[in-house]
Each structure stands twice: as C-alpha cells, then as structure tokens.
Design a protein around this ligand. Structure first.
Ligand code: GTP
Ligand code: MG
Length: 756
C-alpha cells in the first residue's frame, strides 16, 4: 500500500504522533484509518460495512445452492433436533418423554418435515405433535388449517418469484407440450409398486395404494402431461397425511422420491396401467440404434438385422405359469449386503450348511484348508467365497450365487462384497434381487464403523433402496461377541430404524434378527444360548427370509434380460446367464441381441433354481444356451429382448437424480460412471436442466450452476455409445441407475426421457 502514499513528503512527526498516540497504542488498528488507495478500498473487508459490502456481493446470488442438513445416522434425530432447537426462537420447553415417545416424536417430525418442508420450527412441530398424541394426520391438519391462507399466499409468491426462463424462445420451440421442466417429470418413485407389505390382503391394499398414489401426486403438486387433468381439477395444493404406522398404506416423500405404499396393486390393474403407460411412452420414445446410420435414417424400421418373431406359435404365458409354477414354491431373489467383514459370507455359508446345501465332507475340507492358511474363522465364508483370491484375502470380491429353500420359497442367494472397492459388483448383485438382508456387526466399535459416514452399512442401505428394494431383514450379527446383550441389540436397532426411515424404508418392511453367523445361533433353529433366550423369542433368520414378500413378476410383458455372464457351452454354442427381468423364454425362441442387432436362437433354457428346465419366467436367474450368433459379438452387459419389442437405444437421456452426500458438487460436464444393470459406462452430465425440490419435486431453479449434496435435479446424461435403456415408468427394473465418481456413489436416478 505504501507505494500509493506520498512517502517522500511525509511528516514523520505527525505520523509518529498518530500511530503511537496513547489512545490507540495496543488497540487493533481500524482499517479505515489506513491509507488505502480509493481504488482498493472497495475491495477490502470492513466489519463496519459488512451489511452493505460483503464478499457475497462479488458473487452471483445462488439461492438454489443451499447447504442441506447432513443425514447422519444413529444420533441423527438427536443431533438434528439439537441443531434445530438451537435455531428455534420460540423457547418452547419439551416435556420429558419416554424412549418410545421419543421415537414416535422423531418419526412424526420426520414425516411433517417431509411434507411441510422447513416452514415450521421444530419446537412448534414438537408441541403440536405432542398435543395430538403423535398422530401425524391430526397434527398435519392442525398445522395446515392454521396456515391455509399463508400457504396459499406463499404458493402465489413462489409462482411469481419463480425464475424466468433464460431462453424463453428456445424452450418454447423445443417443448411442444409447453410444460416447465419440472412439470414434465413424473414423480420419482423408489418403489416397484408391487405387493410388498408382509401379510397384507391384496384387494384392500390395492384400494389403499390407489388412494396413496393420489395422495402422493397431491403432495407432490406436480403435473405430468398425463395427469394434468388431476391438477386442473384441484388447483390448490392439497396435502394428505397418511398414518405413520399401523395403516395398510403410507406414502412418504423422501428426498425427491415419493415412496408409494407398495402393497398390492393387483397384477391386472398394475399391468393395465403399465401397458397404458408403456404405449404412451413408446410413441414418444425414439427406438434408435445410434450405431447404424442407414437404419437411423429409416427411423421406425425394426432393429433386428433380419426381421424375426420371438416364436411362431403364441403361448398363453399366464396359464403356462400357473401350470408350471402354480403348485411349487415361489422364487425369491435375495441379496446379502453390509459393511466389509460384517460376516455376510459366514452367516449365509453357515445357513447353507445348516440347511444341508453343503455336505459335511465339503465343510470338513474347508475347515482343514482354512486352518492351514490360518484363516479357520473363515471356513463358513468359504462356502461362498470360492476363488483363491477371496479365500487368501478373506474378502469377498464378486457376487456369489447359491440356491436354498425355505418352507415356502426357493431363494436365490446373492452374496455381495462389502469392501468399498467392489461396490460396482455389489450394485450388479443388488440390481438382480427382490429383497435384501443387511448384515451388521454388533461387536463394539464395529457397528459404529460401518454406520458412520462413508461406511458401507450406510451406503449399501441407500443403494439397495435406490435400486427399488423395499423389504429388508437386518441381521444383527456377531452378537456372541457382545455377550448376547439385549441392550446392544436395541441400541443398534434404534440407530438403524431412524436411519432406514430417513432413506425410505417403511418400519413395517424391516425386521431385525439377532444372530451369530459363526456359532449358528438363531439362523435356522431358534437360539439356544440362555443369554439370548432370556429376551428373544422372535423369528429365526430363515423364518424372516421366508416371510419376505415376492414382488409381482412381469411374466406377460415383452422379454428383457441383461447378460450378467457369458461363457462357452458345448460345441459351438455359447451360454448367456442373468436374470430374466420380464417375459417368458422357452427353448426355440428367437431373441434380439442389443446393441448389436443380431437375432439369436435359444437352444436350451436352464433356471438356476432348478425349476422349469426348458423355459423361464420373469424373475428367474437363467442360463440360456444360444446359437446363431458370432461368439465374439456377445458381451457381458448386452441385452436380450423380444425382436418385435426392442429395447430403445439411447446416447442421451433426461433423468431425475437424487444427489447423495457428496463433497464436490456436480457440475455441467462432469464425467461419471453410469451403473446400470450389469453394465458400467462412462457418462457425462451434459446439462443441469433444473434443480427440483427434494421433497415435493417442484422446480426450484432452471439451469442451476451446480448440484450440492442431498439435492434433487433433472439432468441430461450423454454416453459415448448407444445403451439399451428404458424409461422408469415403462420398466421399473430397467429405468434405474447409479452414478459413481472417484470410487463413491454420487447419485441415484430414474430415466424420465430418452432424447437421442
Ligand atoms: P466381505 O464379504 O469381505 O465384506 O466380508 P463378510 O461380511 O462376508 O465377512 P466374512 O463372512 O468374510 O467374515 C469376516 C470375519 O468375521 C471372519 O473372521 C468371521 O469368522 C467373522 N465372523 C462372522 N460372523 C461372526 C459371528 O457371528 N461371530 C464372530 N465372533 N465372528 C464372526
Ligand atoms: Mg463376504
């Protein structure tokens, strides 16, 4: 600064007197008294000018990018309420509550926050929740009645203050429907809208589901081209409360995803609705290969290089299914997830052994060999960890698959790896499952390690929920180490319950089982240890698995299957294995291989569960022996489908995503890994179309600059090659994906539109 002062003509006496005047000596120097060039002054910070002259003035206002509260597990509720209460100004004193009441209260508060956002302070919500005896509906009614006029005015204000389109012209010319980006998006749903609630009656639940779907739409106050009439009929936002528990249905809005009550749409109603949706979307979805220019130009020409029909003689799949599977046990695909070393493989390996799926001699061999390696404690894990690398490292790398039976089900078990390096494998496994077992290690410090931010207990739970799994059995494992302590079990259950609720699992869909994979306690037979028996008499792990509901399978829908594995079969034929997502396949069928466009012939069909050799139905894990195709053109991640109903190929899609707890915000142009079925493809976030309200799905801002943690948004994704993608509303199993970057999962999403 001194070069801006006239130093040569300076009167040093004066200068000295001022600077070392008794009054100022020892005090901090006021910036304003410093000789600063007038040009620089405006850039210097001064507390006295803070209000008029903050650093914020030099940056564009970014109201859309707000730091969200971090969801942080076990003590989440407590910490959140502490944080909130710090900000509460009302000075309301919460009366002392019992632990049960505290749980009820936090559950009601969560629901209220989900529905109402942050317009009420915690103190006020707490007071009203307590007044209404923790009844969500009553509390909500009181709040809404109280604030009806202001809510309307807020809505009006929001409407007027909505950001104007920056490029009005372009938007208009593009969008023939004239809806804003948020309007064009259907409400995200993590559910598969299939019967999920245990022990619920379908017809009753169906009515409830319809009601809940309406409610969910009403809560979201979001219009789609198809449901616009609904909104026209009720222009004012209406919020319905659903009972927090006990009711056969509840709809919860969690971070931009509406979690429908998943109990029981009847198959007919469901498939009717899906058919209609399917037709709607088909007409608007371009079916393009993107790899064949000639064919692209022809537009609607079928993709198959040689036109083909799946089979010459039509099959009544429904009656075929009843005939083949009507009597037998139902199939259930189960994925086992959890933090590394939680004991997943040991637990399931031991369960398989106790069920008689692993012979005694084999087990003895594993015991001997693992002892030689000094890893005897892994002997049961060896049942599932069968590669040399897995056994020597004591870590599961790839998803192992086994089949076992319960009283009522044939279960295809998928043992996922827990190590964070293998999350892509875990996602592939979870994408093939209907339900999950989350294994947590109950020993001291270990549960906490898996549950803290960055732990896989947390990440796996979020991933499986994002992939659409809604039923969960939590195996509280290694309780033998914790002396079968009831207190420890309750503590873990309490932490998990709070967390699972925040990510969208309904309390009624989660069962907690105390067990030990190593000692085998409470796996197949009820526990014998007196310390456990003294407080637990609930189901065993096997019984809990048996009680899980099998989702409705789309057996009548067009064939869709992603190749999870490819290997050489007998002679010149090749084998393709994976999960048949929808449809029915029998030997002799012709299937279209995408994206290649070849038509191959199915020589034989084998299901991994052993049932139905020669044919397979949606939900089965199958191995198809195929011919008529060049082996070099088959790859893991390719898709097989009905030649007359090909899967659309896309290089650019619009998707709705929910951003996870990321550190670096997502920006336009970001490179991410797109995890979809058995494939991982590089992708680029081409455009941040709009930021959406994470609970209501309403437009917050068009074209945001960045997406921060826990936000929801509509984005455009671009791929380097055409991918077989379906819209979420057409095929729920195929419309979901994960985005990962630098080894962490950054977002989960649903495909809402295929653009190119
Ligand atoms: P990854 O697949 O690599 O994520 O591990 P995992 O969850 O499959 O764990 P694994 O079954 O490999 O077991 C890890 C260690 O925990 C082994 O040493 C097991 O013996 C031990 N273990 C598993 N279950 C129990 C249990 O119930 N009690 C005790 N004491 N140890 C257990
Ligand atoms: Mg394992």
């Amino acid at each position: 600064m001194s070069r801006h002062r006239d130093v040569r003509k300076l009167d040093y006496d004066e200068e000295y007197d001022e600077a070392y005047d008794e009054d100022v000596y020892g005090h901090s120097v006021d910036d304003s008294e410093y000789g600063v060039s007038p040009g620089m002054e405006q850039y210097l910070y001064s507390p006295s000018r803070e209000t008029t002259h903050g650093f914020g003035l030099y940056f564009p206002t970014s109201e859309d990018i707000k730091e969200e509260e971090e969801v942080d597990g076990g003590d989440l509720g407590r910490r959140n309420s502490e944080d909130r209460s710090r900000h509460d100004s009302s000075g309301y004193e919460k009366p002392p509550l019992s632990p049960e009441e505290e749980i009820l209260l936090s559950s009601v508060l969560d629901e209220l926050h989900n529905i109402l956002g942050d317009q009420y302070s915690d103190a006020e919500l707490t007071r009203i929740a307590i007044t209404h005896n923790f009844q969500l509906e009553a509390a909500l009614n009181t709040l809404l009645n109280k604030s009806a006029p202001s809510a309307a005015s807020t809505a009006a204000a929001a409407a007027t203050s909505q950001p104007l389109p920056q490029r009005e012209r372009r938007q208009r010319s593009r969008g023939s429907t004239g809806v804003t980006p948020a309007e064009g998006v259907e409400q995200l749903s993590l559910s598969s809208a299939q019967p999920q609630d245990r022990g619920k009656q379908a017809p009753r639940a169906n009515a409830a589901t319809n009601r809940v779907q309406k409610e969910a739409s009403a809560v979201a106050v979001i219009t789609t081209p198809d449901n616009r009439s609904m909104d026209e009929k009720s222009p004012a936002p209406v919020v319905f409360a659903t009972p927090a528990k006990g009711g056969s249905s509840s709809s919860k809005v969690v971070r931009g995803f509406v979690l429908d009550a998943e109990d029981g749409a009847t198959p007919a109603a469901e498939s009717n609705q899906e058919d209609q949706e399917s037709k709607r979307s088909r007409s608007s979805t371009p079916v393009r290969s993107g790899f064949n220019k000639e064919r692209d130009n022809l537009g609607a020409t079928p993709l198959a290089k040689t036109p083909a029909k799946i089979r010459d003689k039509a099959v009544d799949v429904g009656s075929e299914y009843r005939e083949q599977r009507g009597e037998g046990k139902v199939l259930l695909n189960l994925v086992v997830v959890g933090h590394v070393d939680a004991g997943k493989s040991t637990l399931m390996g031991h369960l398989l052994y106790l069920r008689g799926n692993v012979g005694q001699r084999t087990m003895h061999k594993y015991e001997q060999e693992s002892r030689k390696l000094g890893k005897q404690s892994f002997m049961y894990a060896w049942v599932l960890d069968d590669t040399e690398e897995e056994r020597s490292r004591g870590v599961t790398v790839d998803v192992a698959q086994r089949v076992f039976e319960t009283d009522n089900k044939v279960v295809t078990l998928l043992d996922a790896p827990g190590h964070r390096d293998f999350i892509p494998n875990m996602i592939t496994g979870a994408a093939r499952a209907d339900v999950a077992v989350l294994v947590v290690d109950a020993s001291k410090g270990e549960f906490e390690a898996g549950f803290e931010s960055g732990g896989q207990t947390r990440e796996h739970a979020i991933l499986i929920r994002s992939l659409g799994l809604s039923q969960l059995t939590v195996a509280v494992n290694k309780l033998d180490v914790a002396e079968w302590s009831e207190e420890r079990f309750r503590e873990i259950r309490h932490s998990l319950r709070q967390f699972l609720k925040t990510i969208g699992f309904k309390d009624s869909d989660v069962v907690y089982i105390p067990c030990s994979g190593l000692t085998g306690e409470n796996l197949v037979e009820p526990g014998k240890d007196a310390r456990l028996c003294s407080w637990y008499s609930g189901p065993t792990l096997l019984q809990a698995i048996d009680q899980m509901q099998v989702p409705e399978r789309g057996v009548n829908r067009p064939v869709r299957m992603c190749a999870g594995d490819i290997y050489k079969g007998q002679g010149s034929s090749m084998c393709v294995s994976g999960r048949l997502e929808t449809g029915y396949i029998q030997a002799g069928d012709r299937l279209l291989l995408l994206p290649q466009g070849d038509v191959l012939t199915v020589k034989s069909v084998q299901t991994d569960s052993g049932g139905g050799v020669g044919s397979a139905f949606a939900g089965d894990h199958v191995t198809l022996m195929v011919g008529g195709v060049d082996p070099s053109s088959l790859h893991v991640g390719d898709f097989l489908c009905d030649p007359s109903h090909p899967i659309p190929l896309a290089t650019r899609v619009q998707a709705r995503i929910v951003v996870f707890n990321i550190v670096v915000p997502l920006i336009k142009g970001a490179q991410v890994d797109f995890h979809y079925q058995a494939t991982t493809e590089p992708a680029r976030i081409r455009k941040l179309v709009s930021q959406l309200h994470k609970t209501t799905g309403q437009l917050v801002k068009s074209r945001p600059r960045a997406l921060v943690k826990n936000s929801a948004a509509l984005v455009e994704l671009e791929f380097t090659r055409p991918l077989c993608l379906e819209l979420f509303r057409d095929y729920k199993e195929f419309g979901r994906f994960m985005l990962r970057s630098a080894g962490t999962t950054v977002a989960a999403g649903l495909i809402t539109q295929i653009l190119a």
